[in-house]
Design a protein around this ligand. Structure first.
Ligand SMILES: Nc1ncnc2c1ncn2[C@@H]1O[C@H](COP(=O)(O)OP(=O)(O)O)[C@@H](O)[C@H]1O
Ligand SMILES: [Mg+2]
Length: 316
């Protein structure tokens, strides 16, 4: 069996690792699918990591139990940092790769790298940066966001005239008006998320804000799933251009959020290198079961491939 660790900051290493019943249910399903295809999954905290794996972890097989001193082959990082990476054996691969995560976590870097597909974006560290940025941004509304933020925290959409103070570690962005929706999918303000596994689109949904202009589910945004065939060619084209940048990274699992403007042009809003492994609505668990199988298969194949290479290069 291949041993996969899932690193979580907020789990309790006990017979009840997850407080939210939905997450608990999803990880039972995830663990069972892994078992069926040749992998064992262990859940632990960064403080439980040793050089080889987990000192203490939770494991599901019919029920949750605590497992001690597990050597891992692979780690899925669900925490926000990588400080622990130096502690583990370099042969244990981590999802996601740090190169991808570095770009996904930094909204300024991401907008620079994918300049062609991103709203105009500038740092606003100094007053002069802000003045220059406002000369280049033409939209009446502008978006202010923390450079390294997530979950819609600290995002402000303002009229350009009301922005006058520089902000440390923040960016200013052109506002993309998504209020015309996406034909056939959503009627108004939205964003559209595609989840990508090794270059393949494995999940897609729109999010609409409950009120206002910010679509994050953590702020009440409603997810709506749709069929892969309904994704427009232009969105797929941009997604594949973005993915090309990461094509050497395997396995790679991340999402791209798009904003579709009034002319139907898709803009890259942000990348996320830790896409959620659970659906907003459990009605969609069927889609996620397929996704788990694909993700786990890709990890298993990767580990087997690494082992074969290590075996071939070992002195005889
Ligand atoms: N440039 C923009 N134009 C219009 N709406 C935006 C823009 N940037 C962000 N938003 C809205 O704010 C939400 C959160 O922004 P995002 O950059 O994804 O930050 P976070 O990492 O906090 O989710 C987006 O999902 C979208 O609804
Ligand atoms: Mg976002």
């Amino acid at each position: 069996m291949i041993k996969i660790g899932i690193l979580y900051k907020n789990i309790k290493v006990s017979g009840h690792p997850f407080v939210k019943s939905r997450i608990d249910k999803v990880y039972r399903i995830f663990s069972s699918i892994a078992n069926d295809i040749g992998a064992d999954v262990f859940f632990g905290q960064p403080k439980d990591l040793t050089h080889q794996g987990f000192r203490r972890s939770c494991h599901y097989e019919g029920k949750w139990s605590i497992k001690r001193n597990i050597d891992l082959d692979f780690i899925i990082n669900k925490t926000l940092n990588y400080e622990w990476v130096g502690k583990i054996d370099p042969s244990i691969k981590v999802l996601n790769d740090r190169r991808l995560t570095r770009i996904a976590d930094d909204k300024l870097l991401c907008a620079r790298i994918f300049k062609k597909y991103s709203p105009k974006t500038f740092s606003i560290e100094r007053k002069s940066d802000l003045e220059e940025a406002l000369k280049k941004i033409k939209t009446e509304k502008v978006v202010l966001k923390p450079r390294f933020g997530s979950e819609g925290i600290g995002i402000y959409i303002r009229n350009r005239g009301s922005v006058n103070a520089p902000m440390k570690n923040h960016i200013i962005q052109e506002f993309i008006d998504t209020s015309s929706g996406i034909k056939g999918l959503v009627s108004g303000t939205h964003d559209l998320r595609l989840t990508i596994l090794n270059g393949e689109i494995v999940d897609q949904y729109t999010r609409e804000p409950k009120r206002g202009l910010i679509s994050n589910t953590s702020r009440g945004g409603i997810e709506k799933y749709f069929k892969r065939e309904e994704i427009s060619k232009s969105v797929i084209h941009v997604a594949m251009c973005v993915d090309r940048r990461f094509c050497k990274i395997l396995p790679r699992f991340y999402s791209i959020d798009f904003l579709v403007d009034k002319c139907g042009k898709p803009w890259v809003c942000e990348l996320n290198s830790r896409p959620g492994l659970y659906p907003g609505d459990m009605k969609n668990i069927g889609v996620y079961k397929k996704l788990y199988k694909k993700l786990l298969t890709s990890i298993i194949n990767h580990v087997k491939h690494q082992r074969a290479r290590a075996f071939q290069s070992a002195p005889s």
